[in-house]
Design a protein around this ligand. Structure first.
Ligand SMILES: [Fe+2]
Length: 208
C-alpha cells in the first residue's frame, strides 16, 4: 500500500494511430481498458489507506483488496510497456548486429529461434502476456508466459519485449483462432529501438 500523499498514477498517452494489422478502433478500446487499470490502482491505494487509517489491516476486506494489488498494478504497467514497444512509424525485426540481437542470439542460439519461441508462448491458450525478459544477474534473455497480469512475472527480471495476448488486444481485428496473425502484426510493429534501449539501459544498470 502506498500513502495517499503520493501523486496518483495518471494514464499515459500513446500515439500509435496507423499500426500495421492493429486497428485504431482496437487501440481506442484498449487505451480505455488500460485507463481502467490506472483508475483501479489509484482506487485500491485509496481504499487500503482508509482501511489502514481505521486500523482494519487484519480485516478480510484489507486482505482481499491487497490480493488485487498485483493484478491492477501489473495491468497498468504491462500495458504501458506493451504500447510503448510498438511504433506506427515503421516497426522492424531485431537486427542481428544490434546489442539486443547479439544477446538474443547468445541466449537462444539465433534470432529465428527466439522469434519462434516468443510466438509459441504468445499463442498459448488462455489470456495473458508473452514477455522477453532480461535476467540482470546473468545478462541472459528468456521468454515467459504471464497469466492474467500477475502470475508468472519473474522477480527482478527486466521486461524487454512485452506483448499483450488477452483477446481484447485482437478480437476486433481477428477471429479468436487467428491469434497467430495478431502476433505477426505485433512483431511487424515492434519498436526495436525501444527494445534495444530497454536492453542497454538494464544491461548498464546490471553492470553498474
Ligand atoms: Fe490489454
Amino acid at each position: 500500500m502506498a500513502l495517499l500523499t503520493q501523486t496518483p498514477y495518471k494514464a499515459k498517452e500513446f500515439n500509435l494511430s496507423g499500426l500495421v494489422g492493429i486497428s485504431d478502433h482496437t487501440l481506442e478500446v484498449h487505451f480505455g481498458l488500460y485507463g481502467g487499470y490506472v483508475k483501479n490502482t489509484n482506487l485500491l491505494t485509496e481504499q487500503l489507506f482508509h482501511l489502514s487509517e481505521a486500523h482494519k489491516e487484519t480485516s478480510l476486506e484489507y486482505a482481499e483488496l491487497s490480493r488485487r494489488l498485483g493484478f491492477e498494478y501489473n495491468g497498468m504497467v504491462l500495458h504501458e510497456w506493451y504500447f510503448d514497444n510498438m511504433t506506427s512509424s515503421g516497426g522492424s525485426d531485431v537486427a542481428a548486429s544490434s546489442s539486443l540481437g547479439r544477446a538474443l542470439a547468445e541466449s537462444f542460439g539465433d534470432l529465428d529461434t527466439w522469434k519462434r519461441d516468443f510466438t509459441a508462448i504468445g499463442g498459448m491458450r488462455g489470456v495473458g502476456w508473452a514477455v522477453t525478459y532480461l535476467d540482470p544477474a546473468t545478462n541472459r534473455l528468456s521468454n515467459h508466459w504471464i497469466t492474467l497480469h500477475q502470475d508468472g512475472n519473474i522477480a527482478g527480471f527486466k521486461p524487454i519485449i512485452v506483448m499483450d495476448v488477452w483477446e481484447h488486444a485482437f478480437l476486433l481485428d481477428y477471429k479468436p483462432a487467428e491469434r497467430g496473425k495478431y502476433i505477426e502484426s505485433f512483431l511487424a510493429n515492434l519498436d526495436v529501438a525501444k527494445a534495444e534501449s530497454r536492453y542497454l539501459g538494464t544491461a548498464e544498470r546490471a553492470i553498474g
